[in-house]
Write a protein that binds this ligand. Structure first.
Ligand SMILES: Nc1ncnc2c1ncn2[C@@H]1O[C@H](COP(=O)(O)OP(=O)(O)OP(=O)(O)O)[C@@H](O)[C@H]1O
Ligand SMILES: [Mg+2]
Length: 361
C-alpha cells in the first residue's frame, strides 16, 4: 500500500495557481525528494501533505486514509522545517518532550521516546543544554529529534540542511540517510539542492512552476531527462547544450556549424525528421580526452580556451560546433590553455531535445 498519495492536488493563492493537478504515490518506506528551483511550489506541496495548507482541489491519503480535511496533528506525520525554531527558554530535553507532554502521554513513555531519539541522533550529552549553547548542526539534529519522538511512519522535511555550512550539510546528509536506513520510514524531503536529491532519494520528483516534470529514480533522471529543464537542473557543472539541426535517416545526424554528430546508439522516442531544430546535450563528465577519446564513436580536435583546476578534477572550456563546450578531466592529465586536444564522447549517452518544445527526442 502506498504510504502517501497526492491525487490531482491543485492549490491557488487568490488568482495564482501554485500547484497544478499534481499526482504522486510514495511507497511505504520510500525516500521521495521534491526537487526544483525557488518558488516552484515544493514547500506548498509539503504543507498540503502536512495539513498546514488546505488544497483548492484534489485529495491526500496517508496510510490509506483520506486526510484531506484532517488536522495536521491527526495525520500521523512528523515535520522538520528549514528554520528550526526551537524554544529558546527550554533545554534540549524540554524541546523534545514538549509536544508529547501536550498530548498528555505518560511520563515514562515520554522519557523512553526522548531517550531513543537522542540516542539515534547522538545528542544525549546535550539534553540539559539550551539551544543557544548548541552549534547549527546540533540544533538541526534537535529539530529532527522533535519529529522523531512523535513515533510516526511518515516524515516530512522542508530543506532541513539549508541553514548549515557546506561541511555540516554533507555530514548531516549522511546522518539523514543513516536515519532512514535504521527507521525504514517514509520520507518526503524538499530541497533545491540537486546533490542532496541525488544522494538521498529512492525517487526524485523534479518540479517547475507547480508541475511535476519527471518522477523517477535519480539515475534515470540523470541519464534520461525528459526535457531540457530537467537535464539542465541535474548535474554540476551543467550539461552542454549544442543547438543545431537534425538530418533524418536510419541513423539521424546532428549538425551544428561545421560539426556533424552521428547519433548511432541513441534511443530516439520517435525518429525525428530532417530539418528538426534540436538541442544536443552532453554531460561534461562524459567527455573523454586524448587516448580515451580515440575509443569513442564521436571525436573532434578542439582548442582549449580556459582551464579551471578544482582539485581532484579540472574543467576545460572549449568550443564545439561554434558553441561553448565544457568537459571534466582528471587534474593529472588536464590540458593547458591554448593547447589543441582530441576529445570524444558516445552519443548513446547524450540527450537530444526538440528545440521548440524542449522535450526529449
Ligand atoms: N501565502 C501566499 N500567498 C501568495 N503566494 C504565495 C503564498 N505562499 C507562497 N506563495 C507563492 O507560491 C509559490 C510557491 O512557493 P513555495 O514556498 O512553495 O516555493 P518553494 O518551491 O518552496 O521555494 P523555495 O525553494 O524558495 O523555498 C511562490 O511563487 C510563492 O511566491
Ligand atoms: Mg520552500
Amino acid at each position: 500500500m502506498a504510504s502517501v498519495v497526492v491525487r490531482d492536488v491543485s492549490l491557488n493563492f487568490g488568482a495564482v495557481e501554485v500547484l497544478k493537478s499534481l499526482n504522486i504515490e510514495v511507497e511505504q518506506g520510500e525516500f521521495l525528494v521534491l526537487l526544483g528551483p525557488s518558488g516552484c511550489g515544493k514547500s506548498t506541496l509539503l504543507n498540503c501533505i502536512a495539513g498546514l495548507l488546505d488544497v483548492t482541489d484534489g485529495q491526500i491519503f496517508i496510510n490509506g486514509k483520506n486526510v484531506t480535511w484532517e488536522q495536521p496533528k491527526d495525520r500521523g506525520i512528523g515535520m522538520v522545517f528549514q528554520s528550526y525554531a526551537l524554544y529558546p527558554q527550554m533545554s534540549v530535553e524540554g524541546n523534545l518532550s514538549f509536544g508529547l507532554k501536550n498530548q498528555r502521554l505518560p511520563a515514562d513513555e515520554i522519557a523512553e521516546r526522548v531517550k531513543r531519539a537522542s540516542e539515534i541522533l547522538q545528542i544525549e550529552p546535550l539534553l540539559k543544554r539550551r539551544p543557544s549553547a548548541l552549534s547549527g548542526g546540533q540544533r538541526q539534529r534537535v529539530a529532527i529529534g522533535r519529529a522523531l519522538v512523535r513515533d510516526v511512519d511518515v516524515f516530512l522535511f522542508d530543506e532541513p540542511l539549508s541553514n548549515l555550512d557546506a561541511k555540516l550539510r554533507n555530514e548531516l546528509r549522511v546522518e539523514i540517510k543513516r536515519l532512514h536506513q535504521k527507521l525504514a520510514n517514509t520520507m518526503v524531503y524538499v530541497t533545491h539542492d540537486q546533490i542532496e536529491a541525488m544522494t538521498l532519494a529512492d525517487r526524485i520528483a523534479v518540479m517547475r512552476n507547480g508541475i511535476i516534470q519527471q518522477l523517477d529514480a535519480p539515475q534515470a533522471i540523470y541519464s534520461r531527462p525528459v526535457n531540457r529543464f530537467v537535464a539542465g537542473f541535474i548535474g554540476s557543472p551543467g550539461m552542454n547544450f549544442l543547438e543545431g539541426t537534425i538530418e533524418g535517416g536510419a541513423t539521424p545526424r546532428f549538425n551544428a556549424g561545421d560539426t556533424t554528430i552521428d547519433t548511432k546508439g541513441y534511443e530516439f522516442a520517435d525518429k525525428p525528421e530532417t530539418g528538426t531544430k534540436a538541442v544536443f546535450g552532453v554531460r561534461p563528465e562524459h567527455v573523454m580526452l586524448g587516448e580515451a577519446a580515440r575509443a569513442m564513436p564521436y571525436t573532434s580536435e578542439v582548442d582549449i580556451e580556459i582551464v579551471e583546476p578544482m582539485g581532484s578534477d579540472t574543467l576545460a572550456w572549449t568550443r564545439l560546433g561554434g558553441q561553448n563546450f565544457t568537459f571534466r578531466t582528471d587534474s593529472e592529465y588536464a590540458p593547458k590553455e591554448g593547447e589543441k586536444v582530441l576529445i570524444g564522447f558516445d552519443p548513446a549517452r547524450a540527450s537530444l531535445f526538440d528545440a521548440h518544445t524542449d522535450i526529449r527526442l
